[in-house]
Design a protein around this ligand. Structure first.
Ligand code: IPM
Ligand code: MG
Length: 368
């Protein structure tokens, strides 16, 4: 049956446009071969939007994102815009999308592809078969808490303030997401906070435990201090199944977990809102690698994280798990066949650029 979906592509900055362009080719393939009828629009975000419109998060882009079934996001940011005020920085585009679309649940899988287990900086036996899901709270905490700012004190001194704040409702909804996802996987959740020093951490621990006891006793819950979690991730990462944590700790721990897999250019992510009455939820999908300005425009970026973000979109937004699996298998196949972009290059493998990697994925899809 034909599924019609409104997708908004937001290429953004750095390698964002390159990897989104490749993902368009996979979209076209799905349209031709899998009966998916995409209505695809594209718009400006981040530094690209700032250059054209003076605003990294234009209202028109946000309005289109609100109306779309899903947003496919490239990346934002770069050294060119580092000195701008916060409200003009490219990152503002991403933060406004998260806030305005209420994308409170950020799913960041850290998966070690078998063909890449030697690419990790950790020993292969520590990372082989690794499959962790980090569930990061994305619309609260210190990223948005008030008051925030830099104020001038007397005598030339200044004071910077950020506020870490969480309500019980915000904690419960992200914990619920984590428990529900754990039921589809290994049924284990580790909840990371700093309840030894932070009030928000104490509240976090209590709320997660209460929700668990009331509704999710079939899921094994452990609490872990975020610093210890960071250490355990490099000591013995396979002890984890799902990790649920706040916005800031999630930012840090998810980068750490991604690096474990040796393939930051490979990892997708999903940011999801609440389900509305007809079961629809707002959603944004993005590769986690960021804008990588150092390699932008050279045709060497790895498109796989973005292509796998499309797979997540098929699974979580479009109810097309089968098509998602097709893409994931095609990626496995391409890696097994030895194709490697520069970021994951290993001895004896075939080095390819951005579009040749996509060619290989499309060929594997054809062959499946
Ligand atoms: C991420 C990024 C963002 C964040 C930046 C680009 C604002 O690091 O998605 O992890 O800090 O959340
Ligand atoms: Mg980050």
């Amino acid at each position: 049956m034909a599924v019609s979906a409104r997708l908004l592509l937001l290429p953004g900055d750095g390698i964002g446009p390159e990897v989104i362009e490749e993902t368009r080719r996979v979209l076209a393939w799905l349209g031709r071969h899998r009966g998916l009828d995409f209505r695809v629009e594209e718009d400006l975000i981040g530094g690209a939007a700032y250059e054209r419109l003076g605003d990294p998060a234009p209202d028109a882009t946000i309005a289109k994102a609100l109306a779309a079934d899903a947003v496919l996001f490239g990346a934002v940011g770069g050294p060119k815009w580092e000195k701008l005020a916060f409200d003009k920085k490219p990152e503002r585009g991403l933060l406004r999308l998260r806030k305005d679309l209420e994308l409170f649940a950020n799913l960041r899988p850290a998966l070690c592809f078998d063909a890449l287990k030697d690419a990790s900086t950790l020993k292969p036996e520590i990372v082989a078969g690794l499959d962790i899901l980090i569930v990061r709270e994305l619309t609260g905490g210190v990223y948005f808490g008030e008051p925030r700012g830099i104020e001038t004190l007397g005598g030339g001194a200044r004071r910077g303030v950020d506020t870490q704040v969480y309500t019980s409702g915000e904690i419960q909804r992200i914990a619920r997401t984590a428990f529900e996802l754990a039921r589809l996987r290994g049924r284990r959740v580790a909840s990371a906070e700093k309840s030894n020093v932070m009030h928000t951490g104490v509240l976090w621990r209590e709320e997660v435990q209460m929700l668990h006891d009331a509704e999710f006793e079939d899921v094994a819950l452990t609490h872990i201090l975020a610093d210890n979690c960071a250490m355990q991730l490099v000591r013995n990462p396979k002890q984890f199944d799902v990790i649920v944590t706040d916005n800031l700790f999630g930012d840090i721990l998810s980068d750490e977990a991604a690096q474990l897999t040796g393939s930051i250019g490979m990892l997708p992510s999903a940011s999801l809102g609440a389900k509305d009455t007809d079961g629809r939820r707002r959603a944004l999908y993005e590769p986690i690698h960021g804008s990588a300005p150092d390699i932008a425009g050279r045709g060497i970026a790895n498109p796989i994280a973005c292509i796998l973000s499309l797979a997540m979109c098929l699974r979580y937004s479009l109810g097309r798990a089968e098509d998602a699996t097709l893409i994931e298998r095609a990626v496995d196949r391409v890696l097994a066949d030895g194709y490697r972009t520069a970021d994951i290059m290993q001895d004896g493998m075939t080095k390819v650029g951005t579009s040749a990697m996509t060619d290989a994925v499309l060929e594997a899809l054809e062959a499946a």
